[in-house]
Design a protein around this ligand. Structure first.
Ligand SMILES: [Zn+2]
Length: 74
């Protein structure tokens, strides 16, 4: 539907971290949406990379991811 004025509805967010070298990590976040009119889907990706010791300075979603990772390891 080419003339759809999309109305995006938020579905869910997926995020994960990947080691990037010895002391740094790459973080990925994908926000999933669908249009409630034509059901088209879109994904908005956000990326962040940083060193382990700089996580305090990272965006909030990265800190949530890091905390989740720490909790799972305990
Ligand atoms: Zn649409």
């Amino acid at each position: 539907m080419a003339d759809c004025k999309h109305k995006w509805v938020y579905d869910y967010t997926g995020s994960y971290a990947k080691p990037d070298g010895r002391n740094s990590m790459k973080y990925y976040k994908a926000d999933h949406f669908h249009c409630e009119k034509c059901l088209e889907q879109k994904v908005v990706e956000t990326r962040h990379s940083g060193f382990d010791h700089e996580e305090w300075n990272a965006p909030e979603w990265v800190q949530v991811l890091v905390k989740g990772k720490i909790t799972q390891n305990q």
